[in-house]
Write a protein that binds this ligand. Structure first.
Ligand code: ACO
Length: 326
């Protein structure tokens, strides 16, 4: 049974995605790295990833994904009152990627900012966008996840470089009519800074002495991911007085097929009810959930009225969930 708590809901009115044309296969990686297609597939489910060309920056890809989301929503430029961009790989320290995208889309107004929460970035950004709408501060919010991890990877570290890819995904949130049962039902966010050193980038613009590449204790992250995400699933359902049987689709962060499968089993969902892109996209961090959502909405799998559970965990550690009636 669903209990309606909020009068004003944020409807996911349109979705969009962008992937660079260049595809890098496991076999290509294995030609220059001590790894193999079999190892990568067995441990992660990844077969290939997309890699950005020099002009394909976070702002460039985010703009393309946002344009698609706005078109799908039938949204006028003036409807975009806020832009939230989740990224760990912005084009510049400032202006924000959000305002670069506002300019590229030729939007007439509104405000925008970037948000840093690594692979949980989209779930965090969705939560903030939902809060803006529920507080009455905006009626239309673009929420974008866009990442070029290929530029922060140590391409000689086989333990990390095989795992990631580039891309962008976006949704347009629109304030729903009062009383609607569609929209974001709840979001739950978590962070544990004391675990910051199991997954981090060892540099930034403010640290010119450090080049800034991704460092990860894969096994530790894996362990936390399985436990924290399982808790997140329970938390989201309990908060809405729903059960596992009510969930139509799981749209999880795409880091590792073994983690995704474990979450699908926990929910008792048939494999075809779990949206998987990790095989083709690898881990696109903050872009992975909106890219997966855009794919499944775009090909007609996810339709209006479906109950969709999104969850993610990433560097920080950060983790969280969003439960949405489409
Ligand atoms: N090819 C071949 N061998 C490899 C490779 C590779 N690409 N990478 C590591 N190995 C080797 C290791 O060196 C190790 O060898 P050893 O036993 O001789 O020392 C062996 O394979 C096992 O390594 P593990 O790291 O223990 O392998 P594991 O089964 O844990 O899989 C993986 C590693 C895929 C990284 C896994 O731990 C994982 O997916 N972790 C979670 C990552 C994640 O979820 N990240 C999400 C957040 S990302 C973000 O926020 C930016």
């Amino acid at each position: 049974m669903a209990v309606q708590v909020m009068a004003r809901r944020s409807i996911l009115a349109g979705t969009g995605g962008y992937l660079p044309a260049r595809v890098l296969t496991n076999q290509e990686l294995a030609a220059s790295l001590d790894t193999s297609d079999a190892w990568i597939r067995e441990r992660t489910g990844i077969c290939q990833r997309h890699i950005a060309a020099p002009h394909e920056t976070a702002a460039f890809m985010g703009t393309a994904a946002a344009r698609q989301a706005l078109a799908a929503a039938g949204a006028e430029p003036a409807e975009v009152e806020a832009i939230i961009v989740a990224t760990s790989t912005p084009d510049q320290a400032f202006p924000s990627t959000a305002l670069r995208i506002q300019a590229a889309l030729d939007l007439p107004g509104g405000f925008g900012f970037d948000l840093s929460a690594a692979c949980s970035g989209f779930v965090y950004a969705l939560s903030v966008g939902d809060s803006l709408i529920r507080a009455g501060q905006a009626k239309g919010v673009l929420v974008i996840g866009t990442e070029v991890y290929s530029r922060i990877l140590d391409w000689s570290d086989r333990g990390t470089c095989v795992l990631f890819g580039d891309g962008a995904g976006a949704v347009f949130l629109r304030a729903g009519a009062e009383g609607t049962d569609r929209g974001i039902l709840s979001t739950h966010l978590h962070g544990q800074g004391s675990l910051g050193d199991i997954l981090y980038v060892n540099g930034a613009v403010g640290r010119p002495d450090l080049p800034g590449t991704l460092v990860m204790q894969g096994r530790e992250v894996f362990r936390h991911a399985v436990n924290r995400l399982a808790e997140s699933v329970d938390e989201a359902l309990a908060a809405n007085f729903l059960t596992r049987e009510d969930v139509d689709w799981l749209v999880p962060h795409q880091a590792n097929l073994r983690i995704i499968d474990a979450m699908g089993r926990k929910l008792g969902l048939a494999p075809e009810r779990v949206v998987v892109t990790v095989d083709r996209h690898a881990n696109t961090s903050a872009a992975s959930v909106p890219l997966a959502l855009a794919e499944a909405v775009g090909d007609g799998r996810i339709g209006q009225g479906d109950l969709v559970l999104m969850e993610a965990l990433g560097g920080g550690l950060t983790w969280g969930s969003a439960l949405v009636r489409m």
